[in-house]
Design a protein around this ligand. Sequence first.
Ligand code: 5AD
Ligand code: SF4
Length: 482
Amino acid sequence: MPNQLSETPDRLADQESTQSATGTEKKSVFIKTYGCQMNVYDSDRMADVLAPAGYAETLDPATADLVILNTCHIREKAAEKVYSELGRLRALKEERERHGGSMTIGVAGCVAQAEGEEMVRRAPIVDLVVGPQSYHRLPDLLKRTGNGSRGIVETDFPVEDKFDALPALDKKKTIARGRTAFLTVQEGCDKFCAFCVVPYTRGAEFSRPVANVIQEAKDLVAGGVREITLLGQNVNAYHGEGSGGKDWSLGRLIYALAEIDGIDRLRYTTSHPRDMDDELIRAHREVDVLMPYLHLPVQSGSNNILTAMNRQHDAASYLRLIERIREARPDIALSSDFIVGFPGETDQDFEDTLSLVGEVGYAQAYSFKYSPRPGTPAAGETVQVEEAVKAERLARLQDKLNIDQAAFNKSCEGRTMSVLLDRRGKKDGQLVGRSPYLQSVHVDAPDAAFGHFAEVTIDKGFANSLSATLISTHRDQGANQT
Ligand code: 5AD
Ligand code: SF4
């Protein structure tokens, strides 16, 4: 998985051919995406919703008519980063205006949702602020800015379904976006972990109806996609309306998606331990295309801290769950998120986290220092852990996680695996793809193999990737990748 919350400076590497198909005046939009995969998905969908309004994507903010920052608010100084980016954009906007041009600046995503009006007060160059549940309204909002309105703020959680309002996927765009795709099936969260802003920025849990998800998956496959990652802030809480008006669980949805001809790989992220039900675990045993990788955040190994975090599980129940998942799929690679230095975390609590890590043996993981998020219960706690202590704990935890990850990668040496070669390597003649366990695998391969599955033998496992030798490629009849 690309780093869950890494910044993706731009995500447009292969999209220069995307053009609006209408007769409206041609304009360009630059979208910068921060944060998780949900935002990557939303940025693509913003581009889709803007295309009929005449906006083609560009890689160059300096020449763009519209710049959108699709922001993330999950941790540390998110809003400050956005304000400094806006400072840089201000210079670009002023330069354009000096030359008689114009540039519209929009802020979308979770910082937009959290800051709302404050954003236009602090950064008057912002023309519109649009929350994650409202971006389908972008064309209308842009019309209003075109008519001279400034500082429009649209951060309601609208009753109408955003997903219904979004256009169907455009086949050409899907082809340009490559062989792997994200598909948001669920949004929002009702869990209210004490550290987390998501329930406030993304709102209450909402699951897309099964029929919509299946249609979007079919459209992705028609556009050449072979691997789909189902997304949701709390994806395994999925309970979309299915046949007969009954709610379907994520497990049931996965069984149905696996039937679609052309889907070779399915993944899902991010899950909550409380929502790993029997059907989903059974899917890991029975559904071939469900990849043996699971991101199942535990956050802490201490029961005191798990209770204070309002995680609704303890360390023992998490470990029992892992045991059941491993029984179903013995080779599954496990991943997690950890927070160190949550308010009140003692040395012993931290040792409990290290000991849980030792018991599970993660194939990879993300770990963070606790950062108070305004408006969340934990931010008001008086016993905050000192910065130096957090830093020291994080370093110790990461050392351990890195050792485990390297060991997992090393254990893959000599194995034969299937890899979907969907990126070009830095070296000439090298292609890169993901293993079933989500590791990056580098292979010397002819360019004709690009966009196809290959059988490879793993030669070497490194800290963060694998290198392999090509055995064979499986060219399929899907969309042509260039
Ligand atoms: N401080 C530190 N890490 C956080 N996360 C979420 N909120 C915070 C916070 N306030 C981490 C959690 C979550 C991941 C997406 O980000 O580990 O699982
Ligand atoms: Fe945030 Fe995940 Fe907890 Fe929901 S389950 S509140 S998204 S950490």
